[in-house]
Design a protein around this ligand. Structure first.
Ligand code: BV8
Length: 234
């Protein structure tokens, strides 16, 4: 890597998909207002009432067909394809809007609505249909599918790869997340501790705003394209 290229780690949250029409978790009327977290996003909740949880994720998966990526998703795809340095896009989101916005490599640390995890063979597969009605696992045929989504108390995916990138990146950018959930909320401290510059792009100051060297507040569909233009102009 030449001196002027930089490695960037980007973390996105529900706020980047808000203008596409996907509810965030903590805004008024958001996902968690309609359901208690412990009922729909924990293994215990799934054990207590699997139909409630399968229905909750079926509805969110089906809703993907009626939303589109927005300018923020598209701008991040443009950055990754045109930027001279490395760009690692990590998302907490389980929607597919980064991919549909043109991003080629997306690290879904909390899994994806359009993937299924089989509790019998523990294999993961692409999945776009309802899970209510207990469809068969495409690999082992047992009716034991659950959403391939990381619930509270479960280990997020690819954490070693994320921490390795945070320890060497020059810039960490957090977009559209409240900084309420760990370990994602701790990434800014990891990056800062390793000497990276840190930037928050969010509608309002997040819970971790004070950890960022710079914060810009506004809508992602405006802030992100403007930031990408800046990065590509340099
Ligand atoms: C784990 C997938 C360990 C499911 C999700 C104390 C310290 C450290 C940890 C803990 C702790 N107490 C408890 C824990 C553990 C827990 C945790 O952090 N709890 C919190 C509540 C304190 N964490 C976990 O359990 C994690 N696992 O720690 O494992 C372990 C160790 C060993 C072995 C096994 C395990 C797993 C957490 C993952 C949970 N899954 N999602 C699903 O999607 O249904 S969490 C979910 O909420 C999201 O994925 C995301 O991660 C999180 C936060 O949501 P956001 O994306 O930030 O959305 P939010 O609505 O909160 O905010 C939106 C933001 O956007 C706002 O700031 C808003 O202002 C902004 N915005 C809105 N509109 C716009 C906008 N910005 C720009 N433009 C706009 N238009």
């Amino acid at each position: 890597m030449t001196n002027d290229t930089r490695s960037i780690v980007i973390l996105t949250g529900a706020g980047i998909s808000a203008e596409s029409g996907i509810d965030t978790f903590r805004s008024a009327g958001g996902l968690w207002e309609q359901h208690k977290v412990e009922d729909v996003a924990t293994p215990e909740g799934f054990g207590r009432d699997p139909e409630l949880v399968l229905g909750f994720y079926d509805a969110r998966r089906a809703a993907l067909a009626s939303v589109e990526p927005n300018a923020a998703h598209r701008a991040l795809a443009r950055l990754a394809s045109q930027y001279s340095g490395d760009v690692l896009l990590v998302t907490q989101n389980v929607d597919d809007l980064h991919e549909r916005g043109g991003s080629k490599q997306v690290l879904h640390m909390h899994g994806e609505l359009k993937r299924a995890l089989c509790q019998s063979c523990e294999m993961r597969s692409a999945w776009d249909a309802p899970m209510l009605g207990r469809p068969k696992c495409p690999i082992c045929q047992s009716p034991s599918l659950r959403p391939d989504v990381v619930w509270f108390g479960e280990m997020p995916y690819q954490m070693e790869r994320i921490y390795a990138a945070l320890s060497t990146c020059d810039l960490f950018v957090s977009i559209g997340t409240s900084g309420a959930v760990y370990p994602a909320a701790g990434f800014v401290q990891e990056a800062r501790g390793a000497g990276a510059a840190t930037l928050e792009l969010n509608l309002e100051p997040s819970e971790g705003s004070h950890f960022f060297a710079e914060s810009r507040h506004g809508r992602a569909s405006e802030l992100v394209p403007a930031w990408v233009d800046e990065m590509l102009a340099n």
